[in-house]
Write a protein that binds this ligand. Structure first.
Ligand code: FAD
Length: 396
């Protein structure tokens, strides 16, 4: 498939209607409470209810399990719109739209799918991802979590850190080492005996969604709770599915930056500067030009990767790494400059841009840091691999 420039940002009628719905939910239900979740650190339950009510949790869940069976482009549209109003709320949606339910939809056993996917589609169940450990962040191969045989099933012993909304989750997709030493994954019911929440982090931003420290102490894992049993290819498959999260993270960066840019340009039009408006000053227009152009460049990369993902395939690794790395850095720059354009008021919690600045900063860590993504892109390109597009040829 060769994508044209027009394909990249073209939306058919259904996609345009989905964007309009997500924007309506975001503006009417999420935006008024965005500062509240940030100030209080409460998990955004009312946002979750509003997103569920609009049927947005189910868009990527297969139809036979109560969803709409849509693909990565639709998920990208929804996350972009939700994050434009409230990143905390978008993060909770991301963990359903691109998190464990997505991999269960592709690889889960029938029992697993029947147990979790209808509840994912309705928004009734909350999900988290347990990969990171004290010594295994970027160096994921240093993972110590292990599952050991126990009759017909297993026992899980693990300490997982930085699990987004782990303290509120009903199910955790937990990566762990199997007896053959290879990394696979199990789906843990968080009400199981032996599951504990050791604490939650007090971060710079993302106060509402929050990252948790989780303990799994000899937790019984039934045979039908094993997603990938560490047999050859398990780890590679898990890494491939992480591209859904990466692209969703990038979509949230686009949305948050778009929101901050809109707040800033509105402010420039309203704020007098002597006899003129701030919007009339060329020095500030140049900032706006750079913000808008960089944001559009990131958006093209994100939608390219989303379009390249097939309905039952993960987004391509190289294009997704490029898109997330770019979107992370652009969102940081745009939110920073949006704050600057507000003058001293931009630094105040009375205006939403400083919240967006703090929230997008956290998105540069989750799902692979900017540095790790650059390692990947650099190594692949240096080795002669080509991203999608006619200008490149492999073994260039
Ligand atoms: C907001 C947020 C949400 C998160 N959500 C989740 C989640 O839901 N589930 C989960 O399992 N984890 C989650 N994480 C954890 C996240 O995936 C890790 O923080 C990340 O992978 C980095 O690991 P680390 O923190 O151990 O840093 P380290 O790996 O120790 O890295 C430290 C620094 O060194 C750089 N670095 C490391 N290795 C290299 C290298 N080879 N080359 C160049 N630079 C390198 C890193 O980029 C970083 O800047 C989240 C983190 C945050 C902040």
């Amino acid at each position: 498939m060769l994508l044209t420039g027009r394909d990249l940002l073209h939306e058919d009628d259904d996609q345009a209607a989905l964007r309009a719905l997500a924007r309506q939910v975001a503006e009417r239900e999420l935006a008024p409470l965005a500062a509240h979740w940030d100030e209080t650190g409460e998990w955004p339950a009312k946002s979750q209810a509003a997103i569920a009510q609009a049927g947005l949790y189910g868009i990527a869940v297969p139809e036979e399990h109560g969803g709409a069976g849509l693909g990565q482009v639709e998920v990208t549209i929804v996350l972009e719109e939700l994050a434009r109003a409230c990143v905390n709320s978008a993060v909770t949606a991301q963990l359903t739209l691109n998190g464990p339910p997505r991999v269960l939809g592709h690889l889960g056993t029938p029992a697993m799918r029947e147990r979790w996917l209808p509840r994912a589609a309705s928004g009734e169940a909350v999900f988290c991802l347990g990969i990171t450990e004290a010594e295994a962040g970027s160096a994921v191969q240093r993972m110590r979590a292990k599952v050991e045989p126990d009759g017909d099933g297993y026992r899980l012993n693990a300490y997982k850190n930085y699990s987004t909304q782990g303290h509120r989750a009903d199910a955790c997709l937990c990566w762990a080492r199997f007896p053959n030493g290879e990394i696979g994954a199990v789906v843990v019911d968080m009400t199981s005996e032996g599951v504990g929440v050791a604490g939650t982090h007090r971060n710079m931003g993302l106060h509402g969604s929050t990252e948790a420290e989780l303990t799994f102490d000899n937790v019984r894992i039934e045979p039908d709770e094993v997603l990938l049993d560490g047999s050859p290819g398990s780890f590679r498959t898990l890494l491939g599915h992480l591209n859904h999260e990466r692209l969703g993270n990038a979509a949230m960066c686009l949305g948050a930056a778009q929101g901050a840019l809109e707040h800033a340009t509105r402010y420039l039009r309203e704020r007098p500067a002597g006899s003129r408006r701030l919007a009339d000053l060329q020095g500030l227009q140049w900032k706006v030009a750079e913000m808008a152009t960089e944001l559009e460049a990131a958006r093209l990369l994100v939608y390219r990767a989303a379009h390249l993902a097939g309905p039952h395939e993960s987004p391509p690794a190289l294009e997704t790494a490029m898109a997330k790395g770019k979107a992370n850095m652009v969102a940081r720059m745009v939110c920073d400059e949006a704050m600057q354009l507000h003058g001293g008021y931009g630094y105040s919690r009375e205006f939403p841009v400083e919240r967006a600045y703090r929230d997008v900063r956290g998105l540069s860590f989750g799902g692979g840091t900017v540095e790790v993504l650059k390692n990947y892109v650099g190594a692949r390109i240096a080795d002669g691999e080509a991203p999608h597009g006619p200008s490149w040829r492999s073994s260039h």
